[in-house]
Design a protein around this ligand. Structure first.
Ligand SMILES: Nc1ncnc2c1ncn2[C@@H]1O[C@H](COP(=O)(O)OP(=O)(O)OP(=O)(O)O)[C@@H](O)[C@H]1O
Length: 263
């Protein structure tokens, strides 16, 4: 990881300042300001089209802002490309799972570790030399991550053959292979049954502690968000309409009107 900054618990790790993104006449993210502190589990909720994924895309450099600032560990990251942002310690999963379907579970993680250590991706995937020790080390780490997400017995299964919930867990393992400081999870519970959602909640808490992470998650499943997150930001039509602890957000009339009251 490049120039990792040693933050203490509760130091600001991510600061959005009047962040704005327009798509033509549509303001997908409108003048949004908030701070996420180290080791927080921070929820991002809001109705469909509220701008949540666009905000993740801004943080990970997939989309450029129309205005505003974004500081990671107090440094502006707006001008950085996605791979540079990843190497600074920000990893994510996607709403629509983006695994390499034809690769096995373990290969998906090894590829990510190669990116992390700046090695040649193809040597690792194709099993080519050199660096057998590094390969062995990567394989060992990948197995540990698979074990952590409960997939050690599916290591040689092609990713597209795994059940949906397992694919979501594999995506998280792959993000962790980048050894991030900040982990962004886009709808990690989508497609999971109630039992899996319950387990996922515990799992997110566990990895946030064990890996000394800060976690931001977008999630439509409100009970999960309310039970898991330290603080929650609510977007509606691109604007931040509420920010605070779950109890405060839950009873906020603007939130009830915009989101919780829906459906
Ligand atoms: N590349 C794009 N070009 C044009 N419009 C876009 C683009 N990306 C997002 N939008 C629009 O920006 C708005 C916010 O979209 P976004 O996907 O960020 O919302 P969201 O809160 O993540 O929604 P959902 O919960 O449905 O995933 C929507 O109106 C969407 O159609």
């Amino acid at each position: 990881m490049d120039e990792e900054v040693d933050l203490k618990n509760n130091d600001p790790i991510l600061e959005a300042q009047q962040l704005t993104r327009r798509f033509g006449g549509l303001v997908a993210v409108n003048n949004v300001s908030f701070t996420v502190n180290k080791n927080e589990i921070f929820g991002l909720i809001g109705p469909n089209g509220a701008g949540k994924t666009t905000l993740f895309n801004l943080i990970t450099g997939l989309v450029q802002p129309s205005g505003g600032k974004l500081l990671y560990c107090s440094k502006e990251i707006i001008k950085l490309r996605p791979h540079q942002i990843a190497s600074q310690g920000i990893a994510r999963t996607f709403q629509n799972i983006r695994l390499f379907g034809e690769l096995t579970a373990i290969e998906n993680i090894i590829v990510a570790r190669h990116i992390h250590i700046n090695s040649n991706v193809f040597t690792g995937v194709l099993g080519l030399p050199p660096a057998p020790k590094e390969e062995q080390n990567n394989k060992q780490k990948a197995l540990e991550l698979l074990n952590l997400v409960g997939l050690s017995n599916r290591a040689t299964e092609k990713a597209h053959n795994l059940p949906y919930g397992d694919q979501r867990r594999l995506e998280i393992a792959r993000a962790l292979a980048l050894e991030p400081q900040l982990l962004l999870l886009d709808e990690p519970a989508a497609g999971m049954n109630p039992n899996e959602k319950q387990n996922l909640s515990k799992f997110i808490r566990q990895i946030t502690t064990d890996f000394d992470l800060t976690t931001i998650l977008i999630e439509h499943h409100v009970p999960l968000v309310m039970g898991l997150c330290d603080r929650i930001a609510v977007l509606d039509f691109g604007q931040l309409i509420a920010l605070g602890q779950p109890e405060k957000v839950r009873s906020d009339p603007a939130v009830i009107a915009a989101y919780l009251g829906v459906g």
